[in-house]
Write a protein that binds this ligand. Structure first.
Ligand code: ITT
Length: 197
């Protein structure tokens, strides 16, 4: 299946490609007139509502273009702390841009609870069928930044299923094997290969 990933985040594209390409799919970023489209994202409604809105917008954008007939993939994700009622959640991208990981760590250090999780919702649509999957990766926030791989919160997030390293200290394939996005995209690929679909 030709998959157009409608995202401005190229890290997300590489992580999805790492799982979907070996299964025989092609994955590329959706570009309209050479640019990554900007979507209206109703962040206040949560990850699922954002993906539902984005997939409709992406399908409308490719209608009548050379891309019509390809499948569109959208994803919304976020980082959720246990101590601060899920903050930053759907606003993860804005928060890290405004206060940086040092600011996030400073806030987290005000609580004894360093637990949290990454969550992702993905929807793939070929215009007729929609496939949706979710992924959660539980873990805790480190005391200081460690590692240089990945993106976003990876230098401060230690997944529960790992060995104590942050995601930024892991290879991309190690991250994908346990991450929220990895879990969600693997579920999606199972839905695609289900003969009863
Ligand atoms: P889109 O164009 O796909 O929206 P984005 O980066 O703005 O790209 P989101 O709106 O889904 O994506 O924001 C998710 C933010 O949550 C992301 O920018 C990171 O700050 C954080 N995040 C999500 N997944 C992450 C991951 O795997 N590793 C580190 N941080 C992650």
């Amino acid at each position: 299946m030709r998959i157009l990933f409608a995202t401005s985040n190229t890290n997300k594209i590489s992580e999805a490609a790492e799982i979907l390409v070996p299964l025989g799919h092609s994955v590329e970023g959706l570009l309209i007139d050479g640019n990554r489209p900007i979507f209206n994202e109703p962040k206040e409604l949560g990850l699922e509502a954002v993906t539902e809105s984005k997939v409709e917008q992406a399908l409308a954008l490719i209608k009548g273009t050379e891309f019509e007939g390809a499948a569109v993939l959208v994803e919304d994700s976020g980082v959720f702390t246990h101590a601060f009622e899920g903050w930053p959640g759907a606003n993860s991208a804005d928060v890290v841009e405004k206060i940086g990981l040092d600011g996030v760590l400073e806030r987290i250090s005000k609580s004894k609870n360093r637990g949290g999780e990454y969550r992702a919702v993905v929807i793939l649509s070929d215009g007729k069928n929609n496939w949706k999957a979710v992924g959660v990766c539980k873990g805790k926030f480190s005391v200081e930044k460690r590692g240089i791989n990945g993106f976003g919160y990876d230098p401060i997030f230690i997944p529960e299923e790992g060995d104590g390293r942050t995601f930024a200290e892991m290879k991309s394939s190690e991250k994908s094997s346990i991450s929220h996005r990895g879990v969600a995209i693997k579920s999606l690929s199972r839905l695609l290969s289900d003969p009863s679909r």
